[in-house]
Write a protein that binds this ligand. Structure first.
Ligand code: IPE
Ligand code: IPE
Ligand code: MG
Length: 261
């Protein structure tokens, strides 16, 4: 999708000084940006607040990031919101997060309508509380015919579980004669991942300085460019996002080949 330049300029009108929209090559905007939204707890703790306040503040950062993604003209914007390992957190925090996912989704539906955003989920939703699942389904139904950017929310997502699930489905199809084992190639695997049909991320951003994937999109990130910032997720704004995309545009992506001169 090509960005609406007028809207993008308005959106980025108050430059903070160290980065400007002029540095962005509008013809080389990534198609798919993915973010590991990390650091909510530390953001709250540093302010003497309960961790839950960090998650609440993180919702505002997410709303801005969705808008920025639309303004930049992305095809796909995905975020890691809750991992298969995050169930290990105190029950109170898990409950708060599940509640926050449901209320946020309802609150943001007008934005998705206004910006023609289509919702998608990555992960096993079966294990989520009933109310969260109902609201997620409503979000899917209400945005199903939107033709703009896809916003993919990874909830109860774990890459190893995703790959095991794909392997299971392939094994069943082979066992029951619907698929020949010799036809199992990368495309067959990709089509059985939660991300089926989506392009792989061009750029992965992780906030809060952690240098790990935490079980996120192990298959899909094979040739993705990584960008890690120390900024904690609730502080991540449109300017941080722009810095990441400008840095991405300065990279030389070779995909195993050689640089063309
Ligand atoms: C990310 O922030 C949000 C979720 C994982 C749901 P954290 O809650 O991981 O924040 P830190 O890493 O403890 O600061
Ligand atoms: C990764 O963050 C998961 C999400 C952002 C949803 P974590 O905070 O759970 O990751 P670790 O535990 O630091 O690896
Ligand atoms: Mg964390």
């Amino acid at each position: 999708m090509l960005p609406d330049i007028q809207k993008l300029r308005e959106y980025y009108s108050e430059a903070p000084g160290d980065v400007s929209l002029d540095e962005l090559d509008l013809e080389r905007v990534p198609r798919h940006v993915s973010i590991i939204m990390d650091g909510n707890g530390r953001w709250a703790t540093a302010r003497g607040l309960d961790r839950s306040k960090g998650h609440v503040a993180g919702v505002d950062a997410l709303r801005e990031a969705v808008t920025t993604s639309v303004r930049l003209g992305l095809d796909v914007f995905s975020v890691y919101a809750f991992s298969t390992e995050n169930w290990r957190r105190p029950q109170r925090e898990v409950d708060l997060l599940m509640h926050l996912f449901a209320t946020t989704l309802v609150n943001e539906l007008p934005l998705f309508h206004q910006e023609n955003v289509r919702l998608r989920f990555l992960g096993d939703l079966e294990a989520l509380p009933e109310r969260t699942r109902v609201v997620f389904q409503r979000g899917l139904d209400e945005t199903a015919d939107h033709t703009g950017m896809v916003f993919a929310l990874a909830v109860n997502y774990g890459s190893r579980a995703e790959i095991a699930r794909a392997a299971r489905s392939i094994a069943l199809d082979v066992l029951e004669g619907r698929l020949d084992a010799s036809d199992v190639d990368e495309g067959v695997v990709s089509d059985r991942l939660y991300t089926a049909g989506l392009p792989d991320p061009d750029l992965l951003i992780r906030t809060s300085g952690e240098l790990r994937l935490s079980n996120y999109l192990l298959w899909q990130l094979a040739y993705t460019e990584f960008y890690v910032t120390d900024t904690l997720w609730p502080d991540f704004d449109r300017w941080d996002y722009l810095r990441a995309v400008v840095a991405f545009q300065g990279r030389s992506r070779r995909f195993g080949g050689v640089v063309r001169s």
